[in-house]
Design a protein around this ligand. Structure first.
Ligand code: NAD
Length: 505
C-alpha cells in the first residue's frame, strides 16, 4: 500500500522555523483515521540549550520594554488570533480530534487570557508608602524572572499554552514552550502569529520534544521558572526535579472530577450538564466530570433512565462532519488504554450500562473512536474510580446521604474540580465551604474560572504554590523587590547600631 508523504514539523526559535537536528521523531496521528500524518522532531539537549540561550539573550531588551508597549504587541496578537481562529481550530481538530466548535471554544478561552494579559500593567504597579521614617520612603515592585519554560499536555494544544506565555511575556519574561509531541502544530503557528504581531525574535520560542527536551529545560541553569500542565506522575517528577534545580515550579496535574446530584436537583438540567461535561472532547479534559455521585437509589435510577437515550443519540464522528458532537480520542494508544479500563471495570464488577468499546464509524473504521460509556454501581475501590481514565467513560457511584457524597469527594486523591447539583442553598453553601477541591461548581458542571481569576486544583492535582493565569499567574511570573530610600540625602540621623522600629527612627 502506498503511504502519503508525511510532513515533518520544525521548532520555532529566534523568530523563525528551524529544522530539527536530532535523529529522533515522534508520530502525529489524524485521530479520525488512525493514520500517522506528520512527524515531529524530538529536540536534543543541545537544541534545547540553544533555544534557552536565544531566550536569555532576548531577555534584557524585552524586560526593559515598557509594559504598555509589551501590551500593544498582545493587543495586536489578540486581533490576529481572532482573524486566524478558523485556521487554528482546524489545526487543533486535525491533530487532537475534537470537534471544530469545541476547538474554537478552547481557543476563545485562551484568547481571554491574552485579553487579561493586555491589562497586566495594572498589576505590575507595586505598592508605595511615603514617609516610613524621616525622609524615608518604601516601595515594592514586581520584576520579571528571566527565561521561563512551559511544558504542556495534548488535550488543549491552544488554550493551555495560552494560560502561560501571554502572562509571562506581559510581565517581561522570555519563554521557551515545549508543547505536547502529540499535537504541537498549533503552538508553532501561535508563535509565528505573535512575531507577526510585533514580538521581537527570541522572546517566545517553541521546541518540540519528549522527556529529553523536558529534562534539558529542568537542568538548564538559565531557566528560572517552569509551568507544567499534564499527568500527575510526570507533574510530580517535574515539580521535584525543577525545585531541586532551584527553579520556581507550578505543576497542574490529573483529576477525577465528581458531580454530586442531590435528590432535590433538577434532573433534566443535571443530565444536560453531564452530557457536555463527561463526553465533550471525548472526556479528554482535566475538568471533565468522570464520576456522577447520585444521592439515593431513586436519584441514580432516574439519572440512568434519562442518560441512556441521550447517549444512544449522541453523534460521534470526525471533526469534518459538521454535526458531530464527540470526536475520537487522540491516538490508538489512548484508545487502547481507555478500552483497557472498560475491560477492567467489567472484571471488577461494575455494571456496564452502555459500552463504547465496539463503536465503528462508517468510512473511519480505523479511527480512534471510543463510544460514550457509562458504568453504574461503581465502588471507590475499583480502578475505574481511583484512576483518571481520560476518555468518554462516566462512573455512577451511589451513596445514601449528602455527608457520604462529600466524604467520597474529599477522600479522592485528586482535587481539581467538583460540582453539586441541588436547589438547596444550604447544601450548596455547605459543599462549597467544606469540599477539598480547587474549583467548585454549584449547578455548573465544569467550573473553569475566567481568565481574570486563577485556575488550579488541590491535593495531587497541583504541585506548587501558584495557580495559573489571573493574579496568581502574575505572582508566579514575577518576583518582588522592596526598596527603601532616604531623600533628601542631606538628612543625617547619625550611626544607628540597634534595630529601631520605623516610628522611632
Ligand atoms: P503527559 O503528562 O503525558 O504529558 C504532558 C507533557 O509532559 C508533554 O509535553 C510531554 O511531552 C511531557 N512528558 C511526558 N512524559 C514525560 C516524562 N516522563 N518526563 C518528562 N516530561 C514528560 O500528559 P498528557 O497525556 O499530554 O495530558 C493529559 C493529562 O494532563 C491528564 O492527566 C490531564 O488531567 C492533565 N491536564 C491537567 C490540567 C490541569 O489544569 N490540571 C489541564 C489539562 C490537562
Amino acid at each position: 500500500m502506498k503511504t502519503a508523504a508525511r510532513l515533518t514539523l520544525s521548532h520555532f526559535v529566534g523568530g523563525q522555523m528551524i529544522e530539527g537536528r536530532g535523529d529522533r521523531f515522534g508520530d502525529i496521528y489524524n485521530p479520525a483515521t488512525g493514520e500517522v500524518t506528520k512527524q515531529v522532531p524530538l529536540a536534543t539537549t543541545e537544541e534545547v540549550r540553544s533555544a534557552v540561550a536565544v531566550a536569555a539573550e532576548a531577555f534584557p531588551n524585552w524586560s526593559q520594554t515598557p509594559p504598555a508597549r509589551r501590551a500593544q504587541v498582545l493587543f495586536r496578537y489578540r486581533e490576529l488570533l481572532i482573524e486566524h481562529m478558523g485556521e487554528l481550530a482546524e489545526i487543533v481538530s486535525s491533530e487532537h480530534g475534537k470537534t471544530l466548535e469545541d476547538a474554537q471554544g478552547s481557543i476563545t478561552r485562551g484568547l481571554e487570557v491574552v485579553e487579561f494579559a493586555c491589562g497586566i500593567s495594572q498589576l505590575l504597579k507595586g505598592e508605595f508608602t511615603e514617609g516610613v521614617s524621616n525622609g524615608v520612603d518604601c516601595w515594592s515592585v514586581r520584576q520579571p524572572l528571566g527565561v521561563c519554560a512551559g511544558i504542556t499536555p495534548f488535550n488543549f494544544p491552544a488554550m493551555v499554552p495560552m494560560w502561560m506565555f501571554p502572562i509571562a511575556l506581559a510581565c517581561g519574561n522570555t519563554f521557551v514552550l515545549k508543547p505536547s509531541e502529540r499535537d504541537p502544530s498549533c503552538s508553532l503557528r501561535m508563535a509565528e502569529l505573535l512575531v507577526e504581531a510585533g514580538l521581537p525574535a527570541g522572546v517566545l520560542n517553541v521546541v518540540n520534544g519528549d522527556k529529553e527536551a523536558v529534562d534539558a529545560l529542568l537542568f538548564d541553569p538559565q531557566v528560572q521558572a517552569v509551568s507544567f500542565v499534564g499527568s500527575t506522575t510526570v507533574g510530580e517528577y517535574i515539580y521535584r526535579t525543577g525545585c531541586d534545580h532551584g527553579k520556581r515550579v507550578q505543576a497542574l496535574c490529573g483529576a477525577k472530577n465528581h458531580m454530586v446530584v442531590m435528590p432535590d436537583a433538577d434532573l433534566d438540567q443535571a443530565i444536560d450538564a453531564v452530557m457536555g461535561a463527561a463526553y465533550g472532547s471525548a472526556g479528554e479534559r482535566c475538568m471533565a466530570v468522570s464520576v456522577m455521585v447520585a444521592v439515593g437509589d431513586e436519584v441514580a435510577d432516574a439519572l440512568i433512565e434519562r442518560l441512556c437515550p441521550r447517549l444512544e443519540a449522541l453523534k460521534v464522528g470526525p471533526y469534518t462532519q459538521s454535526d458531530a458532537e464527540m470526536g475520537p480520542v487522540v491516538n490508538p494508544a489512548a484508545k487502547a488504554r481507555i478500552c483497557g479500563y472498560i475491560d477492567r471495570g467489567v472484571e471488577e464488577g461494575a455494571e456496564l450500562v452502555i459500552d463504547g468499546r465496539d463503536i465503528s464509524i462508517r468510512g473511519f473504521e480505523n479511527g480512534c473512536f471510543v463510544g460514550a460509556t457509562v458504568f453504574d454501581h461503581v465502588t471507590p475501590s475499583m480502578s475505574i474510580y481511583t484512576d483518571e481514565i481520560f476518555g468518554p467513560v462516566l462512573c455512577v457511584v451511589r451513596v445514601n446521604s449528602y455527608d457520604s457524597a462529600l466524604q467520597l469527594v474529599n477522600d479522592h486523591e485528586y482535587g481539581n474540580g467538583a460540582a453539586i447539583f441541588t436547589r438547596d442553598g444550604d447544601a450548596a453553601r455547605n459543599f462549597s465551604h467544606r469540599v477539598r477541591i480547587g474549583m467548585v461548581g454549584i449547578n455548573v458542571p465544569i467550573p473553569v474560572p475566567m481568565a481574570f481569576h486563577s485556575f488550579g486544583g488541590w491535593k495531587r492535582s497541583l504541585f506548587g504554590d501558584h495557580y495559573v493565569h489571573g493574579p496568581e499567574g502574575v505572582r508566579f511570573y514575577t518576583r518582588m523587590k522592596t526598596i527603601t530610600s532616604r531623600w533628601p540625602s542631606g538628612i543625617r540621623s547619625g550611626a544607628v547600631y540597634n534595630f529601631k522600629a520605623g516610628a522611632e527612627r
